[in-house]
Design a protein around this ligand. Structure first.
Ligand SMILES: NC(=O)c1ccc[n+]([C@@H]2O[C@H](COP(=O)([O-])OP(=O)(O)OC[C@H]3O[C@@H](n4cnc5c(N)ncnc54)[C@H](OP(=O)(O)O)[C@@H]3O)[C@@H](O)[C@H]2O)c1
Length: 285
């Protein structure tokens, strides 16, 4: 990974932090997003110490704000000027429906719209840095169908359904983007990290907080598939796949439906106000 610039969303804890440590250890220049300057400084120090690399930087980004994502993408461009690997890792889980500053369901916004927007804003940089890779951290909990009639579950909210739909959306986005980028030197894959001890339940009450902190494997183990997809020459040409345990696996039937993926893309463009986003008009070559 020497000379490669990697951007990881959510590097302050869990799988994102473990991914940052390992990729920095492999020689990459690692940049991670944080929504809090102080937590970002603490994480930067920890990642530098654990990896033995000074090539670790943080950048402010609240993924629950489209404005913050735009500022972050612009700042990233001016500070670093190239991007070899984008890892959309950050995610959230909640039992209670909360809205972002843009008035969107927070799970839908952070887990799907944020990676959609950030990726589209940085796509030209990735294309300039080919061969480049985009990696989306999804989940085996992606199930069901996209509820286009009430995509934010305003009527009958269920944190579980909101989370699983957001991860299905991320997989559909992965597949469609990979098709649009065929032949352009940018691969797009997604993954399930396994059941991992982390802070994911931080907003879902005591029981879930302890559930996520105590059950599952270590964040280091949870980071393995992200690190593999970011660094292994074995997957240099692989695109549009869903991985688990460093192996391509089948995801749910619905996650292969490209008509749904196209419809979702249009809906996402409207949400983030990104008309005719960089790749939507381009035929694959
Ligand atoms: N843990 C599991 O068992 C499991 C299973 C399947 C999939 N996943 C997925 O794995 C990914 C990583 O999760 P994790 O388990 O490592 O959880 P985690 O410990 O909670 O880490 C999540 C990261 O995302 C960041 N984040 C959350 N909301 C944000 C926002 N609005 N703006 C900016 N950053 C935000 C957090 O930042 P702060 O430190 O500021 O909160 C943190 O750095 C997620 O996409 C999750 O859905 C996890």
């Amino acid at each position: 990974m020497q000379g490669k610039v990697v951007l990881i969303t959510g590097g302050t804890s869990g799988i994102g932090k473990a991914t940052a440590i390992e990729l920095a250890r492999l020689g990459a220049m690692v940049v991670f997003t944080t929504r809090d300057q102080t937590r970002g400084e603490i994480a930067k120090k920890e990642i530098r110490e654990a990896s033995g690399s000074e090539d670790v930087q943080s950048i402010l980004c609240n993924l629950a704000s489209f404005g913050s994502i735009r500022v972050c993408a612009a700042e990233f461009r001016s500070r670093f000027g190239r991007l070899d690997v984008l890892i959309n890792n950050a995610g959230t889980w909640d039992f209670k429906r909360r809205e972002t500053v843009d008035g969107v369901d927070r799970i839908f916004a952070v887990n799907f719209l944020a990676p959609f927007l950030l990726t589209n804003l940085l796509l030209d940089l990735l294309k300039q840095s080919v061969p480049a890779r985009i990696i989306n951290v999804a989940s085996a909990l992606h199930r069901g169908k996209v509820n286009f009639e009430d995509i934010e579950f305003k009527e009958h909210y269920s944190g579980f359904r909101a989370y699983s739909q957001s991860k299905l959306c991320l997989i559909l986005f992965t597949r469609l983007l990979s098709k649009r980028l065929v032949g352009r030197g940018v691969t797009v894959n997604c993954l399930h990290p396994g059941m991992v001890k982390s802070n994911l339940g931080r907003d879902s009450g005591l029981v879930m907080r302890f559930f996520f902190r105590l059950l599952g494997s270590s964040p280091e183990k949870g980071a393995r598939t992200s690190v593999y997809l970011a660094s292994s020459p074995e997957v240099e040409e692989v695109t549009g796949e869903y991985f688990s345990n460093c192996m391509a696996q089948r995801s749910s039937g619905e996650s292969y439906d490209m008509e749904t993926a196209e419809r979702l893309w249009k809906a996402a463009e409207a949400y983030v106000e990104l008309p005719n986003s960089a790749t939507s008009q381009q035929p694959s070559s």
